[in-house]
Design a protein around this ligand. Sequence first.
Ligand SMILES: Cc1ncc(C[n+]2csc(CCOP(=O)(O)OP(=O)(O)O)c2C)c(N)n1
Length: 543
Amino acid sequence: MMRIADVVGRTLVEAGVDHVFGVVGSGNFHVTDAMIDAGARFVAARHEGGAATMADAYARTAGVPAVLSVHQGCGLTNAMTGIAEAAKSRTPLVVLAPEAVTLTSNFHVDQEALAWAVGAVPKRITDPTNAAEETAAAVALARDERRTVVLNVPLAVQDAEIGDPTLPAATVPPPGRAVAQADLERLTAAVRAARRPVFIAGRGSRSHGARDALVALADACGALLATSAVAKGLFTGNPWSLDVSGGFSSPLAAELVAGADLVVGWGCALNMWTLRHGKLIGEDAVVVQVDDTPEALGTHRQLSFGVVGDVAATARGVLRRLGGETHEGYRSEELRGRIAAEVRWRDVPFTDLSDGERIDPRTLTVALDDLLPRERVVSVDSGNFMGYPSMFLDVPDEQGFCFTQAFQSVGLGLATGIGAALARPDRLPVVALGDGGALMGAAELDTVRRLGLPMVVVVYNDDAYGAEVHHFVGEDHRTVTFPPTDIAAIGAGYGFAAVTVRSVADLDGVRAWLEGPRDRPLLVDAKVVADEPAWWLAEAFGH
Ligand SMILES: Cc1ncc(C[n+]2csc(CCOP(=O)(O)OP(=O)(O)O)c2C)c(N)n1
């Protein structure tokens, strides 16, 4: 006989899940154990909000579905912000949610409604004899349709027993739908006619297969290459890469995207962030979106036309139709030189506002970019500061950047860094937070130290909710400013090595930590100048 909790746990692992994140209580104790026994790694977080985002970031970075394991009711509600972020980002995630179905139970809430409310897909195991099939189907839905699935498992069902179950054979993802010939013809004609094509690659291009197909097509038609923020790093090292399109674009990148006569969004929503509310699209530019989900086409931006198709398959199809012809397009030797000299933010001159007491966040980030090893995975929280690490830190590829900002929630950054670090243990994890986000997510500093992650946590500390200070210029800031907090001391309390940075000279502490043995994580409490409103947020506000 086998308990259903064991059937569910074992099936999740058999279906390809290798990491489970969570906080264990009575309702998920046995099922989490079953996953560990079947070979999964369990990561204990200190708050379900952290666990949800760790699972999300792990799944995004590793490219496999992850499991979040929570206690019934309050465990799930604690995790809701992270689940909303995952659902909006189409992260393949299964939330293992034990369920108190008795209305009088203190733990009872309408878990199905909670899932719907944030765009996740609720499922429930009702029949013990079908538990294995239903569990495997939840993983397949998460993986194949990139959905966040809340798998409710009523407590009574978990405790039921059945005779030795046969676990369903692992399924493989179905093949992608073929791209319509007419769409390929139309896109080929647009690419052929373009004099200044720009490709913007988004979340749907985050694979080496898609990247290689896009680079080959761009080489043939002379396109310049950009990404949305979530795909930052995809074209690192390519001489025609403009880095991120949108609020984080350097002046040259913005100028070149705005000058395009053809913009193709590849697996990219083309939203207000990526196009600066449309300001990056020239008046007569042809705008095309390629996406394997028909509903995604034209959601944010009116298109000249859309193509339903997988990114790599579509790019390869267009390249085949070009039949070996090549176009200079947007590319010239002169432009190659300009891109090399000007496209990185650190090559754009600025006036350093550091005053000895507080360091300019740009100066800080450029110095860190020089100090930290290239093989890094950078995770960023939300806030006024967020552009500095996103713009001034280079990343080796798209797996070197994890950006959990679809819900624009403050406080997810540290947990994001933990999930990404576990997916890329070969890289130095670097986490950038504001003081607000650092204090909101501080519980997971314990998880970083306990897991022994050699992480660098940089806190851009302006003793304020800087984004709000800059939003409400000229108004009373008493609700969004704070007395100084010694975040270095907080880090030290959690077992971090910690340095307070007020000037570039103070970064000696970072240098010393990097020299080794890196047996404790490092927290950098950077007291940053507060009087620099960030333009990427100034643009976003009011919408
Ligand atoms: C969960 C959540 N609460 C509140 C907000 C509103 N909000 C946006 S930015 C911000 C301030 C963040 O402060 P901090 O982390 O210190 O970064 P800073 O803006 O100072 O750089 C707040 C409160 C939000 N986006 N998410």
